[in-house]
Design a binder for this molecule. Structure first.
Ligand code: C2E
Ligand code: CA
Ligand code: CA
Length: 648
């Protein structure tokens, strides 16, 4: 404004001097309107420039004082508290701290008679209030305001309500030197300015809301709601950036893929809430274990990924070992202590892949090499991906395998420990693939279970077991043959009738067929398990809980099921000689099992030392490589006569 304020203009009118009272009144009037107009346009520019609310208020008041030549300009907001207080947001010409000490309100009381309070309360402009002479402000409440008016040289005050979306938010207040300041036209323009200010405030607030909304959207798009961790999308973006940076600086980086083992089982048995809690707790632990620059993300239901933007194989392995240790501590969920078994796969850039997608796939492939039950970590080695493709292809082949009779029935003997007598055998399937050769049983059973295609395999196995048992019976060898059932089989509505039909077909004694059901299958849906087991039991067959100790059940829960025995999982039996923990578990399972009237079978008996230890603990039956590996069913008789001679 050329450095000349309108206030100064007013004090020293320059243009042709106008004569007489009327003329000077017109001149004054003109100057005032002009002053208001200039203020309005300067105000508009402020409005366009301001990037936040406080800045807008501050600049607007400065414009009013500097450009408009008013003594002071302030913005007050109405508080919606008990005394209806006034909050002085900004003030040019007086300190807001001082204004606060006046304790003005917008309530209909003595303290609410100021121009500001009245404008807020009534929603109407209060124009040209004479501070020193207005009877409404004659009381003691306004003594200090009057003192200030004299001190700072202002006589009249005008306040405009600030309306945002129909509500009075506060007031824009200004004071002038002359008691007769603020004529009609000037007021009209100032009113317009107050409205613009209110509009500007509303506008900025909408912008803030938009920004917050955008931030929320970004958070939803990039972060996982359950754990608050970055999601797959964000990880992928960061991985791409990190790979680019690594490439330029000739550095390596690593990606770790973590999967929580048996998460579905936990969800099914304990409920989704518990599953969520488990993931949150694991997320917290993992977060605590990673460094600042490393990105931990949740990339799947029970899958996490960790990006190490620098470092090679050695560092990645060190981190993986650290994570395995961190997660070794059991997790308390819904009052239960769970072992979180996490498998970690490691893939390195540039060694294992040159693009982000492939690196993620390879870390994932490596993860699948870890043991689902015991967890641990594995580094990507070429071929794991082909391995995955091969596994998928295998699944497609399984149907054909059953039709083309590529499956074989193998048997592994069970021996009563005290008498050394053979008391039966477990029926185990083998798959002789025309191209791939012998396919790992554990692997394809797991695949078939995951794919939900176990039923045809179970049916094949039942047929094979019944006809084998009949063959043995014909040969004068009555041996119980135990068939494994999967979780899925428990839901098969045709299972019981099929078994009943087989008993009729072959005319077998129920004592010759047994069933093994894994603990985890029984826990997956206890109600269905109880129902199916009860119906199986009506056929008078013996039932065993398989892999006991690896699930989350207690023996007392199993007591409610109509089972005849438990098979202690080999992971407890095998380390018995070296590990006191395992011995404790095996011993207490045997004791508790016997108390509940259950037979106890130990699987994975590989050495004489373990056999003797089990004998000492009173275990009933042993199964394992010490006796024999699983063998083709037709070799069983031969093995048995050999065993009988040995034990002679
Ligand atoms: P499982 O029921 O726990 O069977 C025992 C597994 O442990 C067998 O592996 C057996 O070869 C192995 N094993 C036995 N003794 C020893 C030992 O002393 N040391 C070691 N290291 N291993 C021993 P396999 O035959 O590979 O079977 C793996 C799993 O596949 C079985 O575990 C069972 O859950 C499942 N499975 C096998 N056949 C069938 C079937 O016909 N139907 C169903 N549903 N599952 C089956
Ligand atoms: Ca079994
Ligand atoms: Ca087992």
């Amino acid at each position: 404004m050329g450095g000349t304020s309108l206030g100064q203009l007013m004090a020293h009118p320059t243009d042709e001097p106008l004569e007489g009272d009327t003329n000077s009144a017109v001149a004054k009037e003109l100057v005032r309107v002009n002053r208001a107009l200039l203020t309005l346009s300067a105000g508009n520019r402020t409005l366009l420039r301001a990037s936040n609310e406080q800045e807008l208020l501050h600049d607007m008041c400065r414009v009013i004082v500097e450009t408009g030549g008013y003594r002071m300009a302030c913005v007050a907001y109405a508080e919606h508290d008990e005394p209806k207080s006034i909050r002085w947001m900004v003030c040019d010409g007086m300190e807001t701290e001082l204004l606060e000490t006046f304790h003005f309100t917008w309530a209909d009381t003595e303290f609410g008679r100021s121009a500001t309070g009245t404008a807020i309360r009534t929603g109407e402009p209060v124009v040209g209030r004479h501070i020193l002479t207005d009877p409404a402000m004659a009381g003691s409440v306004y003594v200090r305001l009057r003192e200030q008016a004299i001190l700072k040289g202002f006589a009249a005050a005008t306040a405009f309500p600030l309306r945002v979306e129909g509500e009075v938010l506060g007031a824009l207040v200004m004071t002038a030197v002359e008691p007769d300041a603020f004529n009609a036209q000037e007021v009209k323009l100032l009113q317009e300015m107050a409205d613009d200010l209110a509009y500007g405030i509303a506008n900025l607030r909408t912008r803030v809301q938009h920004r917050a909304a955008q931030a929320t959207i970004a958070r939803l798009a990039y972060y996982d709601a359950l754990t608050g961790l970055p999601n797959r999308t964000l990880l992928l973006e960061q991985l791409e950036e990190a790979m680019q940076a690594a490439k330029q600086q000739h550095r390596s980086l690593a990606l770790l893929h973590l999967e929580v083992g048996r998460f579905h089982e936990i969800n099914k048995v304990l409920g989704y809430r518990a599953g969520d809690e488990l993931l949150q707790e694991l997320g917290r632990r993992l977060t605590g274990a990673v460094q600042d620059k490393e990105t931990l993300a949740r990339v799947g239901e029970a899958e996490f990924a960790l990006l190490l933007p620098t470092g090679g194989a050695e560092y990645a392995i060190q981190v993986a070992q650290g994570l395995v240790n961190t997660l070794r501590e059991p997790v308390m969920v819904s009052g239960l202590t769970l072992d979180a078994r996490v498998g970690i796969g490691i893939a390195l850039f540039p060694g294992h892949a040159s693009d982000a997608d492939a690196l993620i796939r390879r870390a994932n492939a490596a993860m699948h090499q870890t043991k689902p039950v015991r967890g641990g970590y594995a580094m990507y080695t070429g071929g794991q991906e082909q391995e995955n493709t091969r596994r998928l292809a295998l699944m497609g082949d399984l149907h054909r395998a059953i039709e083309h009779n590529e499956l074989r029935l193998y048997c592994q003997p069970k021996v009563a420990i005290a008498s050394r007598r053979v008391c039966g055998a477990e029926a185990l399937v083998r798959w002789q693939h025309p191209q791939h050769g012998m396919v790992s049983t554990a692997e394809f059973i797991q695949l078939a279970e995951q794919a939900g295609t176990i039923t045809p395999l179970t049916n094949w196995m039942l047929d094979a077991a019944f006809s084998q048992s009949y063959a043995w019976q014909e040969a004068g060898l009555a041996r119980a043959l135990a068939v494994n059932l999967s979780a899925h089989d428990l839901y098969d509505p045709g299972l019981i009738d099929r078994i009943r039909g087989l008993f009729s077909t072959w005319g077998l004694d129920p004592a010759l067929i047994q069933f093994e059901l894994t603990e985890s299958a029984l826990m997956a849906d206890p109600t269905v398990a109880l129902e199916t087991l009860s119906r199986l039991k009506q056929l008078e067959v013996e039932l065993f809980v398989d892999d006991y100790g690896t699930g989350y059940s207690s023996l007392s829960y199993l007591q409610k099921l109509p089972v005849d025995g438990v098979k202690i999982d080999q992971s407890f039996v095998m380390p018995m000689v070296g590990s006191a923990d395992s011995t404790v578990i095996v011993r207490s399972t045997i004791e508790l099992g016997h108390n509940l009237g259950l037979k106890v079978v130990a699987e994975g008996v590989e050495s004489q030392a373990i056999w003797e230890r089990l004998a000492g603990l009173g275990c009933d039956v042993a199964q394992g490589y010490l006796l024999s590996k699983p063998m083709p069913a037709e070799q069983f008789q031969g093995w048995e006569s050999q065993w009988a001679q040995q034990s002679g």
